[in-house]
Design a protein around this ligand. Sequence first.
Ligand code: MN
Length: 256
Amino acid sequence: MRILVTNDDGYHAPGLAVLEEIAAQFSDDIWVCAPSEEQSGAGHSLTLNRPVRLQRFAARRFAVTGTPTDSVMMALREVLDSPPDLILSGVNRGANLGDDITYSGTVSAAIEGALAGIRSIALSQVYGPSTISAGDAGLFEAATQWGPKTIQPLLDAPFDDRTLVNINFPPCSANDVRGVRVARQGFHDYSRGSVVEGKDPRGHRYFWFGLHAIEHTLDHGTDLEAIADGYVAVTPLQLDLTHHSSLKSFADRYAS
Ligand code: MN
């Protein structure tokens, strides 16, 4: 089984090494092709207004000066002589839950894989005050220990066309994880968020989107609830964003 490993935190991110270790439990045909720098929040963006460069660090290790989507495209079109059987994206440093997934470069790399007809899985490690203080090893402990047994059942599960799976690991030690729960995507309550204003060294104002607690009303059966309950959240996603039940009523408005 050929596995492509990518991410959005960048080629040097600790979570990429965690994911390579997880992938190594399934195969020895592992290829890495990831953005050369952090691309968190890049979503499904594609670099069109400048060239991207491919950096080769070892026979099966590459970085791309672009986005996660660029990295998957380059892997499929330039790096690999035959497509991978599986694309793993992550392990992201931080949650990709609820409506945040459309901002996510981690999930978008898996979206690109799903569009290419390849079984694709995004993985993210949620962190909280107790795990962030434990350093990288502590931060990724739940993902490290629970990653293989969460992925294993998905390797021969039927994936419909243009679907993918989003996995989040809860912010606790591996021993405190209560199990794996298959859950639908939830939604955060919409928040205007925090914007931090400052002055650069030349006296010009800048703004920086801050990190803030995002409130959510815990809907039953969601990925947000699963994480709050201490479970690994496994969410199958589809790329058809059509709101099917509105098709007829909207069409009726244009009928003469
Ligand atoms: Mn990230």
